[in-house]
Design a protein around this ligand. Structure first.
Ligand SMILES: Cc1cc2nc3c(=O)[nH]c(=O)nc-3n(C[C@H](O)[C@H](O)[C@H](O)COP(=O)(O)OP(=O)(O)OC[C@H]3O[C@@H](n4cnc5c(N)ncnc54)[C@H](O)[C@@H]3O)c2cc1C
Length: 468
């Protein structure tokens, strides 16, 4: 906490995304007079407005459409004749979910007496910030301004033919051919939505596998599954430019290592090569806040910047760009400001790709575990041998548990399954409690559930699964 002095607020949070709104609510709960500045019309940040929530709404809706039209329901004797797509209704239901959730944050702000300052914030000095046309002072200031789409040189986003994730969440019609630039989480999720609704989808990825940062075996298996679903991949390929003519685009590509250039004809192009921290216009220099060499706000273990009383969390700070990471940091930073000890264990942040099947991981990949720990043991269990998955005709994927060979402590787990996003929480909690693979293997799991595959994979670490 900075020195005692008269300020308008104890805490000013800049940005009302999952990091900022959670920090503001926790600060207020801890008895601090709190304001949150947000330049968007609604609260909730990228995640609620143009990220996690609308993408999951479309993923769910498009999955229902594919189940109805792709023969999945018919296989179970549920014969739906003549199912058609009403895309406007799909978008309307998505908008309803977004409105309810962003409105929910407004309600929580009122309930917790957090003042919402509407407008763009810029530092005037280390305790003073201009928000719209007013100036407010605060003893502690939390930078939670999030991130925005990384532009691709030579590719102009017009949100009509060439879109970023925000545009891809609102396409007014199903494209014939969608070219997705970037085989990361966002590209694969949004590519899946439009493929399920009828588009041909080609994913162009610079490196030789999709899903950078994930376990190698998981990346390979995920690639196979997406191909089986009809997605096309151009790996080790770079996009050198996109030209738009009317409602069509020509995407120029060539091998990443150099070689012969070719073109792809498309009526929609999604640029999804990553996200960059939002620092433009914040006037960080006026406060003296330092950045990392990657342009993020530099922080220490407690989320404190180099300037006393200024903190940073979420996508604008180093670490995984994920909503739950931002939220946990929001709680921790507020507790630190209040003089408590707020901690986030950045080694145990689950990552989920919400495709079908879902892909989830927590902790180290097999490659990273070998590099970091050396001797490891791996247990794997396929869903083809899990009774519930078999019953549901849902056998794609596996669970993989990675443990330290000497201590048996679980170092990481990876799951490809329709329920992977929900299942990974169990392993995250076990790892947080310092579990060994044996601890998981000897925990009774309900039958018949997909979660039994986690138990069996853990049993596999010591070589004793039952059902394979
Ligand atoms: C399409 C898509 C899907 C995603 N899906 C998931 C998912 O399923 N799960 C997941 O964990 N993550 C997902 N993410 C990532 C997730 O949205 C981010 O990690 C998360 O929103 C980061 O939270 P934050 O609070 O740091 O920033 P943000 O949510 O980006 O919020 C920052 C807020 O600050 C405001 N702001 C910025 N500058 C200023 C300023 N100067 N003054 C006032 N206000 C300002 C912005 O308007 C914004 O509202 C997704 C992202 C995208 C784009």
């Amino acid at each position: 906490m900075a020195d005692q002095q008269q300020y308008d607020y104890d805490v000013l949070v800049i940005g009302a995304g999952p990091g900022g709104y959670v920090a503001a609510i926790r600060a207020a709960q801890l008895g601090l007079k709190t304001a949150c500045a947000e330049s968007r019309e609604t609260l909730g940040g990228t995640c609620l407005n143009v990220g996690c929530i609308p993408s999951k709404a479309l993923l769910h809706a498009s999955e229902l459409f594919e189940e109805a039209t792709g023969g999945h329901l018919a296989k179970f004797g549920v014969d739906i004749q003549g199912a058609t797509l009403n895309l406007d209704q799909m978008h309307a239901e998505k908008a309803k979910a977004v409105k309810e959730l962003t409105g929910g944050i407004e309600f929580l702000f009122k309930k917790n007496k957090v003042t919402w300052l509407k407008g763009r914030a810029a530092f005037q000095n280390d305790h003073s910030v201009q928000v719209g046309d007013q100036t407010v002072t605060a003893r502690d200031i939390v930078i939670a301004t999030g991130s925005s789409v990384t532009p691709l040189t030579g590719v102009e986003i017009d949100q009509k033919v060439v879109v970023d994730s925000t545009g891809a969440l609102a396409l007014p019609k199903v494209p014939e051919h969608l070219v997705v630039i970037g085989g990361g989480v966002i590209g694969l999720e949004l590519g899946s939505v439009w493929r399920r609704l009828g588009a041909k989808v080609t994913v162009v990825e610079y490196v030789d596998q999709i899903l950078p940062g994930f376990d190698g075996e998981v990346r390979r298996e995920a690639g196979k599954l997406f191909k089986k679903q009809g997605m096309e991949f151009l790996l080790s390929t770079k996009v050198t430019g996109v030209t738009v003519d009317g409602d069509r685009a020509t995407v120029s590509v060539e091998p990443a290592a150099g070689g012969e250039a070719t073109t792809l004809d498309a009526d929609a192009v999604l640029v999804a090569i990553g996200r960059k921290p939002n620092i433009d216009g914040l006037n960080l220099d006026a406060a003296g806040v330092k950045l990392t060499d990657r342009g993020q706000v530099a922080i220490d273990h407690d989320f404190a910047t180099n300037v006393d009383g200024i903190w940073a969390i979420g996508d604008v700070a180093p670490g995984l760009m994920l909503a739950h990471k931002a939220e946990d940091e929001g709680i921790a930073v507020a507790e630190n400001i209040a003089g408590q000890t707020g901690i986030v264990n950045h080694d145990i942040i689950p990552s989920v790709v919400y495709t079908t099947p879902e892909i989830a991981g927590v902790g180290l990949s097999e490659e990273a575990a070998k590099e970091k720990v050396g001797e490891i043991k791996v247990g794997k269990f396929p869903f083809a041998a899990n009774s519930r998955a078999k019953t549901n005709r849902d056998t794609d994927g596996f669970v993989k548990v990675i443990a330290d060979a000497k201590t048996d402590r679980v170092l990481g787990a990876w799951i490809i399954s329709s329920l992977a996003g929900t299942m990974i929480a169990q392993v995250a909690q076990a790892m947080e409690f310092g579990a060994t693979s044996e601890d998981i293997a000897y925990t009774c799991h309900a039958h018949p559930t997909h979660s039994e595959a986690i138990k069996e994979a853990a049993m596999g670490v010591t070589g004793k699964p039952i059902h394979v």
